[in-house]
Design a protein around this ligand. Structure first.
Ligand SMILES: [Zn+2]
Ligand SMILES: [Zn+2]
Length: 133
């Protein structure tokens, strides 16, 4: 189990299940949404996600067709990535966690859009876009 929250702590949640496929995403949308070199997300089952507070503080933005990114409307923290293709799953922005989820990132994705000022310094597999299969 891992708990998480936004910066102002209006939004608090817990995840009671495994985190899957933790990855660093270098796409321009993740870079902008996080204001960082990349965004790090891991996938959890919708049924394992429990919102503890702040339902009214969560806003959503459609960053591309059929996908939404949620954020705290008070402090602007990026929270989740939601795809209509996978309605039973939530990609959680790992930086919002207050506990260790137990998983470690397994890959870099969308390195084709990587920030020119950032150099990847680990040996994880790199995918130009979505990983194949
Ligand atoms: Zn907040
Ligand atoms: Zn991305």
């Amino acid at each position: 189990m891992a708990k998480g929250s936004c910066l102002c702590r209006a939004v608090r949640f817990e995840v009671n299940g495994p985190f899957d496929r933790a990855s660093h995403c270098h796409c321009s949308m993740c870079r902008k949404a996080h204001g960082a070199a990349f965004g790090t997300y891991a996938r959890v089952k919708q049924s394992d996600f429990k919102l503890l507070s702040g339902a009214e503080d969560i806003a959503a933005y459609a960053s591309s067709p059929r996908t939404k990114r949620t954020f705290c409307r008070k402090c602007g923290s990026t929270l989740q990535f939601l795809s209509e293709k996978f309605p039973q799953e939530i990609d959680i922005a790992l930086g919002t966690l207050d506990d260790d989820p137990g998983v470690r990132p397994v890959m870099h994705i969308f390195t084709g859009s990587k920030a020119p000022w950032y150099e990847i310094g680990d040996r994880l597999p790199q995918h130009e876009g979505w990983p194949k299969a």
